[in-house]
Design a protein around this ligand. Structure first.
Ligand code: ADP
Ligand code: MG
Length: 586
């Protein structure tokens, strides 16, 4: 048995025995840690993994708590029904708030969450039927199979059963096709979009998921205390929840439990200690928390969980076995029209990055796109792949006009790219990074992932990723962290990821940059092999030696315009090109 399993076993055994043997006070602490863990788990997903900060989670806890408090006291509705109603209400509310807030970028998102967090808090306090600031009392106990869960000890089992289920389903979710898409949101989502991830939708999904967990925690809270008032759902509580997620860290779902545990115990301890030290009472623990958070962010940015995880290294998982393979697209006929751009234009503010550019390429061709830095080559890639809207002109892919389509619609038509600046997720394995390329070749969503109903598809996606890694010569690095690869290997990883999309046209943005001589030769060999298999490649590259030996034809750009087009020999002797571009080099 490995250490991670052993730790999990010890945790479960403790949770089973603790409510029976611990003193009442400690059981209560355990209750709270469980309640907070559920909320913090949502924030681990939303903030830790997805990079979206919310200060407003306490308000969703309040929605869950008040829904059941009101309906069960005023109308005698069964708590199990109010749970569903509370979740439904939270779903609608968070969908609405998500749609407004998630469009806000940068610092405006956290500010937006503060705004609606405060609004909901005042709403709870000002609604007459919710008891105003006095709240609602005499909330009934939950009964389960005729057993009333009317003590902290009994209730503890319900809290931790639900917390464990939430942890398990979150763990499953993160370890899936959707999980990879969610993890790819951090860092802007450009790469995720380029492989067809609907990043706006993914953001909404994790926002709603986090809200539902908060609401579940609120339902439990109301029936544990049998009393609610607005205080625990204030923006202060929202900040504490965020603390928990940050302190625990997003390295694994257990960060939520660790963060909730540490903050709950520490707060209790400080609330006892500080008034004695200072001789007066007040919320001094918040100040200490603030200081500790600053120290933590300086010393361990990723939270405490990575420090623990590294002591319990997970065993290398063998690839799941599968006999099935993902369907492959038919190769295009030799010489078929592949890509044509007509009078394409892109203006950034006052800067004309691409100006009336036209060229075409056929299948089975390697076309080099060269030009000095800032000529507009990468912008052409962004226009062709649909990550940037053009200012003018038309783009055709296999005869079909695509400049009006989004990246999500272009990828499945058979186009994939790499990036000039590598875009990978450094703490994810090489295999998982590459599997993102196959995103659109799978279809299973978050719910099947959380319930582990997509294992067959997942095995096929991972097998495809492994096959492409083998194909590009990175077969020996499958399980390593992507961030630990040398820069050259990271570029090759990006090619494998692009191949995972089953493209017929590859767009490679400076793939040889940072590669050593031998690696460049291997890359050239790989690209030739791909061409011989019918792949078309649009290649941006600065290494002239590499380009001239490899490509069939060249397009030269300068200041956003086409300077020349032709065979490598023609370009090498073209006076305009020599003058403008190669002049200083050769
Ligand atoms: P290349 O890849 O040929 O080096 P780029 O396409 O990256 O050139 O850039 C062309 C020009 O467009 C440069 O002047 C660059 O600063 C500008 N540019 C590129 N992307 C953006 C952007 N997103 N916003 C504003 N300007 C940009
Ligand atoms: Mg560039």
């Amino acid at each position: 048995m490995n250490r991670a399993r052993l730790a999990l076993g010890a945790f479960l055994a403790f949770m089973l025995i603790a409510p029976l043997v611990l003193p009442a006070f400690h059981v209560t602490l355990l209750n709270y840690i469980g309640l907070y863990s559920i909320v913090a788990l949502g924030l681990v997903l939303l903030t830790g993994v997805g990079g979206l900060t919310s200060f407003g989670q306490a308000a969703f806890v309040g929605v869950g708590a008040y829904t059941t408090a009101y309906l069960s006291t005023a109308y005698g509705v069964s708590p199990w029904l109010t749970l569903l109603l509370g979740l439904a209400l939270t779903f609608v509310l968070s969908l609405f708030l998500g749609f407004i807030s998630l469009r806000l970028s940068g610092h405006y998102l956290p500010l937006g969450t503060i705004a609606w967090g405060i609004s909901l808090y005042y709403l709870f306090g000002n609604m007459e039927f919710l008891g105003g600031h006095n709240g609602l009392s005499s909330i009934p106990a939950i009964s389960l199979f005729g057993l009333a869960l009317d003590s902290a000890r009994k209730f503890d089992y319900l809290i931790w059963t639900l917390a464990s289920l939430a942890l398990l389903s979150m763990h499953n979710l993160l370890d899936s096709r959707s999980g990879r898409a969610i993890r790819a949101l951090k860092g802007g989502g450009l790469m995720a979009e380029s492989f067809g991830v609907d990043t706006a939708r993914m953001k909404i999904i994790i926002f709603v998921h986090a809200a539902l967990l908060a609401s579940l925690s609120g339902w439990l809270y109301a029936h544990l205390l049998r009393f609610v008032n607005p205080t625990p759902f204030s923006i202060n509580a929202g900040i504490e929840y965020l603390f928990m997620a940050v302190v625990g860290g997003a390295a694994s779902v257990w960060g939520a439990v660790v963060g909730a545990g540490i903050l709950t115990v520490l707060k209790q301890w400080l609330q006892d200690l500080l008034p004695r030290l200072l001789g007066q009472s007040g919320n001094f623990e918040m100040i200490v928390f603030g200081v500790l958070l600053v120290i933590l962010l300086q010393r361990a940015r990723e939270g405490i969980m990575p420090l623990i995880v590294n002591r319990f290294p997970a065993p290398r998982r063998p690839l799941p076995a599968t006999t099935q393979v993902l369907p492959k697209r038919a190769r295009p006929a030799a010489g078929e029209a592949m890509l044509e751009i007509r009078n394409v234009r892109k203006v950034f503010g006052g800067l004309v990055a691409v100006n009336e550019l036209s060229f075409a390429m056929n299948s089975g061709e390697i076309l080099g796109l060269i030009g000095p830095n800032g000529a507009g080559k990468s912008t052409v890639f962004n226009l062709v792949t649909g990550v940037l809207p053009g200012t003018g002109g038309e783009v055709y892919f296999r005869g079909e006009r695509i400049d009006t389509l989004s990246a999500r619609d272009i990828v499945p038509r058979g186009m994939a790219r790499t990036f000039q600046q590598v875009h990978l997720l450094p703490t994810m394995s090489v295999l998982e990074n590459v599997a993102i390329g196959a995103h659109l070749r799978g279809s299973k969503g978050v719910i099947s992932a959380a319930l582990r109903l997509e294992r067959e598809e997942e095995a096929m996606l991972l097998a495809e990723a492994a096959r492409q890694l083998e194909r590009v010569g990175l077969g020996g690095h499958v399980q390593e962290q992507a961030g630990s690869l040398a820069l050259g290997q990271q570029r090759i990883l990006e090619i494998a990821r692009a191949l995972c999309a089953d493209p017929v046209l590859l767009l490679l943005d400076e793939p040889a940059a940072g590669l050593r001589y031998q690696e460049k030769r291997a890359l050239a060999e790989l690209l030739r092999k791909l061409r011989s298999e019918g792949m078309s490649i649009l290649l941006v590259e600065h290494d002239m030696d590499f380009v001239m030996k490899l490509v069939d034809r060249l397009v030269v750009m300068d200041f956003g315009e086409k300077l020349a087009e032709g065979l490598p020999q023609e370009i090498q002797t073209n006076p305009a090109v020599l003058e403008a571009y190669l002049g200083g080099v050769k």
